[in-house]
Ligand binder design. Structure first.
Ligand code: G
Ligand code: G
Ligand code: MN
Ligand code: NA
Length: 257
């Protein structure tokens, strides 16, 4: 409760910020997207990790306000990268924003997304919203309707932590999603033949459903190579880059790296 109260003021005091983790083409293509990740710099406690404060924000409902802020800030930043001279491919860069269940359930979400894109003059296909499997299976019909509303805006939808939830493959086909983010736990197991077979199955499944697989948590070169061999074209992880400040992303764009 103490943290929940503090978090309420954190936004107004400017203690929240977004860092961005690059998503690269696995064959070495330039930066294609960045995932926005919330940071809380507490004046006394220092950096509070999202795994501590996001659940608190979710439990209190404050995540709806924080999430709206994150969406606006990510779009504002994308516009700024694009408008900065000599930032190469910034005009094609996509930004991925994580959603919580409470936000998805909010009837105002599609309107909020449309307004935010318009405010910053961002083409809808450059915004990716990340949801998890668990957010889709509680009320499948409601989730499908909400996701359709979002898709009708022209944005992209990704399923985060893919493979760790309970969604049956039958359900998956009904959802209007574009990409699946293959959970780090599968990337971690790429060194064994069984783990590799599992990753291959997931990548093939994604492709057969016309979903773009994006591997998460790539920490080693051999994982990147294995994923490339298995036909996964995009990846994210410490091997490429950690979540970093907007300025560092600006530099990457300028270097076209
Ligand atoms: O870097 P990392 O520690 O940033 O993130 C930890 C967890 O917090 C991840 O599961 C991530 O999806 C979640 N997270 C980070 N930023 C946000 C955000 O803006 N909204 C939501 N809902 N979750 C976030
Ligand atoms: O749940 P979600 O996928 O949004 O969470 C992203 C989380 O994964 C963030 O906390 C981010 O910092 C973390 N992350 C990203 N790449 C790596 C990696 O290569 N290794 C590890 N251990 N964590 C990573
Ligand atoms: Mn994510
Ligand atoms: Na994930």
């Amino acid at each position: 409760l103490a943290m929940s109260n503090e978090l309420r003021g954190a936004l107004d005091r400017g203690e929240l910020s977004l860092h961005y983790q690059p998503i690269y083409g696995i064959k070495g293509e330039p930066l294609v997207a960045v995932e926005a990740l919330m940071r809380w710099n507490h004046p006394v406690r220092g950096a509070v990790p999202p795994v501590e404060f996001i659940p608190v924000a979710e439990a209190s409902g404050l995540i709806v306000t924080l999430g709206a802020w994150a969406l606006d800030e990510a779009c504002r930043q994308l516009r700024q990268w694009q408008d900065t001279p000599d930032t190469g491919t910034a005009g094609q860069l996509q930004v991925s924003v994580n959603l919580s269940a409470r936000q998805l359930a909010d009837d105002d979400l599609p309107h909020l997304v449309a307004q935010t894109l318009a405010r910053h003059d961002i083409a809808p296909h450059r915004l990716i919203l990340e949801i998890t499997e668990s957010m889709m299976i509680n009320d499948v019909e409601a989730a499908i309707r909400r996701l359709r509303e979002l898709k009708d805006l022209g944005i992209q939808l990704a399923v985060d932590d893919f493979g760790t939830g309970y969604s049956s493959l039958g359900y998956l086909r009904q959802f209007p999603i574009d990409r699946v983010k293959i959970d780090k736990s599968f990337v971690d197991q790429l060194g064994t033949s069984q783990g590799r077979a599992l990753a291959e199955g997931i990548i093939n499944l994604a492709h057969s459903l016309a979903l773009e697989p994006i591997a998460e948590g790539i920490e080693h070169e051999y994982q990147s190579t294995a994923l490339d061999d298995l036909g996964c074209r995009f990846g994210q992880g410490y091997h490429f880059a950690r979540p970093e400040s907007p300025d560092m992303i600006t530099r990457r764009l300028a270097d076209n790296a």
